[in-house]
Design a protein around this ligand. Structure first.
Ligand SMILES: Nc1ncnc2c1ncn2[C@@H]1O[C@H](COP(=O)(O)OP(=O)(O)OP(=O)(O)O)[C@@H](O)[C@H]1O
Length: 584
């Protein structure tokens, strides 16, 4: 063992990248496992199948390497291998090492796991947790002949759990019995500890040519290192959890995953929970039959039904009510769902889920707002989208891409570019609002450039254009970044709610009703601030001066009134105001 360890240390110190370190480590671990089998009662009856290194620092997957028995190089996320993307299900393994903080032995045939404790030889056996009860993870192990699995936490210096190593063996005769893991686990742990700094510290092997498309048009160094994992995730059937700051590009990445999946010919549906009131979430998810509740005038498909054969992206998952969480968990586990008010029974859910969040779901679990079993169930393939500030090398490329994309809407064969000085200006500042904020600045700068140069096919965005766009943003105050995007968000939320209502009703809602939004803002402002202050704040002081404000307020509030009536909601909260104005 001493010699083996010395040669492992030498090999690791020479390793140039993560893949090489993973191959050395896994081959040592598998070799030790084989020796242990050969020395025990399962000699000749057990086979070591493969080992995997999963790097999962907080937030998401970073790297994955798989060493199949007999191979000398790892199959990494970037090299899918002859059988396509490697199957990755590790929800159970991950959950158990996080929960127990020690090696865990899984008996996949029996569906049980045992945390290893050196102090006690007691076998405290547990049923495999949540996600495993669904049979899915268990089936995944069994489908690759893995009857027994040993999972070892991968610790990083000072940073806690950085990932795990799993070793899979095939030994049907050991079903329900203590397999060999207990005999070698401490040595397996020692090897893993020695390898940990190399596995977590070495860079990934550079990927070759990166293919870009409209959903991921710009790939800098940070995103390039995530692409292999993303590629593998895209091709799995399990749920992907995409976390990241607002505006960082989660929904585009979800689309990218769909476009690279086997379901790409199917629909891509989005359910943005920020726009769906809690009481409508179940209906939005599952759909309903006519008469299922008041207002359900005809049958309607829910998001799951509409995503049949494709992908459903559920954004802002932390907004899901506890009741709807139970419903979603059932879909994920059973792969069936029931339409509200449907007496016929369950329907199969042929849908792949991609989940988006910018909230800390672990915190939500701790606070009791999010079900722990659902958290682990959707956390099978986690990915954290880095913020724009974490991938600053992309800034000039994004700037050019965004301006050119806009320009080509007018001039399909034209070109718009940023000057090097303008690029530098973008690169020199922080982007708390991420891609969305950058897009807004580029849009403003583009308009300024058009005003100056006219609509010409070849357009240059100069430093001055970008500076003025930034200045404009600055003038609106430091809170502008947040304010502008949250105001847009608020409008977007209102629009999504409008669409959701139109769908829920099953009867057409006239688009003209959306115009009532102006009246809602105006009415609300007048109620909150008084007439004069409200008109001043909303830039309509002139109406006060020429005494046209009564007429305008009346016109806008009538639209609101009509909307309330149409929706069967009775009088609007501005009815008294309207009566007042009519009397005036
Ligand atoms: N591939 C892209 N092409 C062009 N613009 C993009 C792209 N990705 C992101 N953006 C810009 O960034 C904005 C935010 O992108 P996206 O909606 O994907 O982010 P998000 O992380 O899902 O945001 P949120 O959490 O607020 O829903 C887009 O509206 C667009 O302006």
């Amino acid at each position: 063992m001493q010699d083996d360890l010395s040669s492992l240390v030498v090999a690791l110190s020479k390793a140039g990248d993560f893949e090489e370190a993973a191959a050395r480590t896994l081959s040592s671990l598998m070799h030790l496992t084989e020796e242990t089998i050969a020395a025990g009662k399962y000699k000749g009856r057990a086979k070591v199948l493969r080992g995997m290194v999963h790097l999962r620092p907080s937030g998401g997957y970073l790297r994955l390497a798989i060493l199949e028995q007999g191979a000398t190089t790892v199959q990494s996320a970037g090299s899918a291998g002859p059988k396509g993307a490697p199957s990755l299900v590790s929800a159970t393994a991950w959950r158990s090492v996080v929960q127990h903080g020690c090696p865990v032995f899984i008996d996949a045939s029996l569906g049980t796991l045992r945390p290893y404790s050196p102090q006690s030889s007691e076998n405290i056996e547990e049923q495999l947790p949540g996600s495993f009860n669904s049979q899915e993870s268990r089936q995944s192990f069994l489908s690759r002949q893995a009857s027994h699995v040993c999972v070892i936490p991968l610790r990083t210096v000072g940073a806690g759990l950085g990932g795990m190593i799993s070793l899979e063996a095939d030994c049907p005769t050991a079903m329900g019995q203590d397999f060999i893991w207990r005999d070698c686990v401490e040595r397996l742990q020692l090897i893993s500890e020695i390898a940990s700094p190399y596995l977590t510290g070495l860079p990934a092997r550079p990927v070759g040519q990166v293919e870009v498309d409209e959903y991921l048009p710009v790939v800098g160094a940070t995103m390039a290192s995530l692409l292999p994992i993303l590629n593998v995730f895209a091709q799995q059937e399990e749920s992907i959890l995409i976390s990241g700051a607002t505006g960082a590009g989660k929904s585009r990445l979800a689309r990218w995953c769909h476009s690279r999946s086997n379901r790409r010919k199917g629909p891509f549906e989005v359910l943005d929970l920020i726009a769906v009131p809690e009481e409508l979430q179940m209906a939005e998810l599952f759909g309903w039959k006519k008469g299922a509740f008041t207002g359900a005038v005809k049958d309607s498909l829910g998001s799951i039904g509409r995503a049949e054969g494709g992908t459903l992206f559920i954004d802002e998952i932390d907004k899901l009510s506890l009741k709807a969480q139970a419903g979603l968990l059932r879909v994920l586990e059973e792969r069936t769902y029931r339409v509200l008010g449907d007496g016929v029974g369950d329907r199969p859910a042929d849908v792949r889920f991609v989940i988006g969040t910018n909230a800390d779901l672990r915190e939500a679990v701790r606070a009791g707002r999010f079900r722990e079993d659902l958290y682990y169930r959707i956390n099978v393939l986690p990915l954290r989208v880095p913020s724009l500030d974490e991938r600053r090398d992309e800034l000039p490329m994004w700037g050019n891409y965004m301006v050119n994309r806009r320009h080509r809407e007018q001039f399909p064969n034209g070109q718009a570019r940023l000057t090097p000085e303008a690029e530098q200006l973008l690169s020199g500042r922080k982007w708390p609002g991420n891609l969305r904020q950058l897009d807004n600045i580029i849009r403003r700068a583009y308009t300024l450039a058009l005003v100056e140069h006219g609509a010409v096919p070849e357009l240059m965005l100069q430093e001055g254009h970008v500076a003025r766009a930034l200045e404009y943003e600055g003038r609106a105050g430091d809170a502008a970044d947040k304010g502008a995007s949250s105001l847009v968000e608020a409008f977007r939320a209102a629009a999504t709610a409008f669409i959701a209502e139109a769908r829920r009703r099953g009867t057409p809602l006239d688009l003209a009703m959306a115009e009532a939004m102006v009246g809602v803002v105006l009415g609300q402002a007048v109620q909150q601030l008084g007439r004069e202050e409200a008109f001043r704040l909303l830039g309509r002081e002139n109406l006060l001066k020429n005494r046209n404000h009564h007429k305008v307020l009346k016109r806008e509030l009538e639209k609101v009134e009509a909307l309330y009536k149409e929706l069967g909601e009775g009088s609007s909260p501005f009815a008294a105001l309207l009566a007042e104005d009519e009397a005036a």
